[in-house]
Design a protein around this ligand. Structure first.
Ligand SMILES: [Zn+2]
Length: 481
């Protein structure tokens, strides 16, 4: 962890999170500042490192605290004066770090309250950094509150906690709260670039993005991966390909897409085979689940019209709701499961555990819904193309589509609907590719639909109906998009 320690942020500008940086700059831009900060957020996002930076900002000897409007540069600690150096190396007598978990009782806080009154030894202000502050007992919080209500002018508190909901409202309201969140890809890349520059590492931006992808929002984890990659690359450029090769991420995207289509088709057996393949190839299941969740989220955004539709498996809103729940559950369980793949396997079991008739609930549902309420679920295929669903909409709202082929397709769906409603549902998910010289070619985005339509019995019905409509025998071909 050489890089992490060497490049641990020492000033505000070096912090990962833009949100945290901006909040701190604004907290210190005037000639007075709050006497109590509260840093909240998950472990490992640099709350205590940030608290130490704040202690330096407060006590740096070069600062002119009286100045009313400070620039960012004027706020940053110099890092060189006695105060800055002693805070960095942890020997400053006026900056005290207290672990809330082991000093949680009323006696400790009373003791703290007495010491708070004493003036600082050398520094401008005494800074108390209390980590895991949510561990304090109620009595201890009450004692602390008295100090916060009438704080001596020479004291600043910085509370850190992973569980802000356990902090009494009376305390919360007296603090300047800053939430620490997982760093975004962009923020991580920015931090890596600091290391890349300092160490003269040859890495391209895509390579750094790939590392950010693997670091789960943590600069610490990312710095470790960057360090490994630096050793491994042996002076060569760190590229996306190199990172993916090292972390065996090759073809993850294709496999994610495959898993989605298998889930859509409820193909339990093939999904299990795919999981086994992931394990064989050493693909990180947690990472794989993250990618699945991301794709389902995109699907949700596409469904509500926020995101433009792209290629790939599409789920209906109801399916997305259920799948998202199962995925989140599997993701959390993967972190603690003895067998890494088991939560994903159980997800597949649960997801595919349905009666045959409910295999694709939206198909039947669409038929009824759109007829009774004129409601149309979002089309799974490109809007501009002629799709069964669009036709269905036309049926309900305005008379017939224009071309002869459209009419023919509508008639086909209607007639098939009399025979078998779920087959009509599958047809609605198709679009006409061509209809010429006795050959009707349909396209569908779903392998499952294609298979159902190609079933010998179904095909017979389809051909029969088409012959009725057309007068002549028609060959029907189903293509997968
Ligand atoms: Zn300084």
């Amino acid at each position: 962890m050489v890089f992490y320690r060497k490049y641990r942020p020492q000033k505000i500008e070096e912090l990962d999170s833009e949100y945290v940086r901006e909040n701190l700059f604004s907290a210190f831009s005037g000639n007075s500042f709050t006497h109590a900060f509260l840093f909240t957020g998950p472990k490992g996002l640099g709350k205590t490192s940030t608290a130490r930076i704040v202690a330096k900002v407060i006590n740096c000897e070069k600062h002119n605290l009286e100045k009313k409007h400070k620039t960012k540069e004027e706020i940053e600690p110099c890092g060189k004066c006695e105060q800055c150096v002693s805070i960095t190396n942890g020997s400053n007598m006026d900056v005290l770090e207290i672990d809330g978990a082991s000093n949680r009782g009323i006696d400790e806080i009373r003791d703290l309250r007495d010491k708070v009154k004493l003036a600082p030894f050398k520094a401008n202000k005494k800074v108390y950094i209390i980590d895991e502050v949510h561990m304090l007992t109620t009595e201890a919080f009450n004692a602390l509150l008295k100090t916060l209500e009438e704080p001596p002018a020479h004291v600043v508190f910085i509370f850190c906690t992973t569980e802000p909901h356990k902090i009494p409202a009376t305390i919360l309201s007296r603090c300047f709260q800053i939430m620490f969140k997982k760093a975004s890809e962009e923020e991580l890349v920015r931090s890596f670039q600091r290391i890349v520059k300092g160490e003269k590492i040859d890495a391209d931006k895509e390579g750094l993005k790939a590392i950010a992808h693997l670091s789960d929002g943590s600069f610490r984890d990312g710095a470790k991966i960057l360090e490994e990659m630096t050793l491994l690359s042996n002076g060569k450029t760190i590229t996306k390909e190199l990172v993916e090769k090292k972390y065996r991420l090759v073809n993850v995207d294709a496999r994610v897409e495959k898993m989605l289509s298998l889930l859509k088709e409820k193909d339990r057996e093939k999904a299990f085979k795919l999981i086994a393949e992931l394990m064989e190839n050493g693909i990180d299941i947690k990472y794989f689940l993250e990618q699945l969740i991301q794709r389902v989220h995109e699907n949700l955004l596409e469904n509500v019209g926020v995101l433009e539709k792209r290629e790939g498996t599409k789920f209906e809103l109801e399916e997305i709701k259920r799948l998202a729940n199962l995925l989140s559950k599997a993701y959390l369980e993967t972190k603690t499961s003895l067998l890494e793949q088991m939560p994903l396997e159980l997800l597949v079991v649960e997801w595919t555990e349905e009666n045959e008739g409910e295999v694709l609930p939206h198909v039947e549902g669409d038929v009824q819904e759109s007829k009774s309420q004129g409601k149309v679920s979002s089309p799974s295929l490109n809007e501009s193309r002629l799709t069964g669903k669009n036709l269905n909409k036309n049926l309900g709202e305005k008379p017939a589509a224009n071309s002869k082929t459209d009419k023919l397709f509508m008639e086909l769906i209607e007639k098939v609907n009399e025979h078998n409603r779920s087959v009509a549902g599958f047809l609605r998910g198709c679009s006409i590719k061509s209809f010429e010289s006795g050959k009707l070619t349909l396209e569908t985005g779903y392998k499952f639909h294609k298979e159902k339509l190609e079933d010998a019995k179904t095909m017979k019905v389809l051909e029969q109906v088409m012959e009725e409509i057309n007068g002549n025998k028609v060959d029907i071909i189903i293509l997968l998009k």
